[in-house]
Design a protein around this ligand. Sequence first.
Ligand code: DON
Length: 572
Amino acid sequence: MQIPAAGLLLTLIVLSPSCARRVEAPGTTPADGMAPTWNMRAPRVIEASKALVVSGSPLASAVGRDILRQGGNAVDAAVAVGFALAVVHPEAGNIGGGGFMVIRLADGRVQTLDYRETAPGRASRDMYLSAAPEASVTGHLSAGVPGAVAGLTEAHRRFGRLAFSTVIAPAIGLAYDGFLVDEYRSSSIGEDSARLVLFPASRATFLPNDRPPETGSTFRQPELGATLEAVRDSGAAGFYRGRVADLIVAEMVRGHGLIDHDDLNRYRAIWRNPIEISYRGHTIYSMPPASSGGVTMGEILNIMEGYDPLPAFGTAALMHREAEAMRRAFTDRNRHLGDPGFVNNPVQRLLSKDYAAELRQQIGEQASVTPRFETGAGGGSSTTHYSVVDADGNAVSCTTTLNNSYGSAVTVTGAGFLLNDEMDDFATSPGEPNMYGLVQGEANAIAPGKRMLSAMTPSIVLDREKQLYMIVGTPGGPKIITMVYHVISNVIDHRMPLPEAVRAPRTHHQALPDSLQIEGGGFLPATLDSLEGKGHGLWSREPWGDVEAIVRTSQGWQGVTDPRRGGGGAGY
Ligand code: DON
């Protein structure tokens, strides 16, 4: 549902000691630079004095809040939310996919955890060239070796405070007892039903009576419950060995996929140092390769930092400079970045302020040109992000994905969970566009055991005094990078309150295809004319993303969940 900007109201959840209350509060008027036609509704806003979770699912956020209330820290809550999302947000929450977690402890230590999927040992560089069309997107061959269970159990092992069985218990309960399906999740399953129906276990799980579960119905997943119990009892070994591993391998044999027991045995999550970016006195921690998120966003921010003052929001002057910065950052991303276990990522050079100055010098008043290229990139895909802060000030920013909505659409028979289609994030055919229209090179070519390059950009922002300020991330394929950039810049540069920063219309450029994508209806026609006059090919699109962000306020914390999708928050 969308309401006109004129009637804009902010929905606040005001927390009393025992319960959360939803009230309507006077909203903001659209910031200068947004078109009157921008009728995006106001985000859901959650205020909490101590601790807060925002995620793509209100139920998963409530799980996180309850874990925090029981004395769990932000990592306990993040792990609980991760498992809960696998149950209540199956389009993207997962145990059959992977993700990235940025953790900042209250004492200032920052670590990131890479639990990205890997290519199976029997995968090869050109495996999709002779495969059926769509083989990297739907079906068994599209799945990488899942990393989520290794990641979540490792995060808990290193930083968790509560018993693992306590942290995973809510997800197990939701799987066995079921949960009430809301409108968002019912229609989300409906949108992918044509793919899910292709695989018997997916059909049986997600399309009872050959229809998506109806809004208001109770959705139970006992097989998933049993899988989660195996993880509760044996940790990662409960997934990568034993019955669940056998079921995964049997599913691969059934559908001619490649993942075998060796792949599952070998999978490890990896701790990495964060990407650290300084931006107008703020410090931003984000994800290093195997995600391109931190480096690419850092390059964009570094270029933009040199425009001082920055042109106002919604002006052609700003959007042109942003598009050119994005174009250059994505060109480097697509050319140079890949799994650091396999290729040398020139991170220091790409993130140096000198290099940003060089790139800025190249940006004139007209659009530069990247070779033209037509593609139907984008659409219909899903990842999910959640942000957590606890009462001690520990923070977690986590993005996790199956890649496409419902991943490969293959549910592991007997184990009740979906497998990812992350193989499509490789340059499956170097030089050719993938599902998101990204044209990537050899650095991201397929090799056995290699992590496919991601765009996920879970980030944590400190203020000028180096205090925790913001936790932010989103799904959206390559647009993740530019969305996180926009939200950070909207808050720091354009001084928007976080709800307005999330609600504001977005732009995106990824070098190829060579067009500036804009959220339709968001910008003034005169601005768009002016951008076209500068030589930008504009591509007006449906709104995108699902930013789940938290910002510090004088009262505690404010969580904002993107009005574009069906998330929610919970805190105390
Ligand atoms: O890792 C990546 O960059 C992609 N697999 C993310 C996919 C995604 O965000 C789709 N969501 N809308």
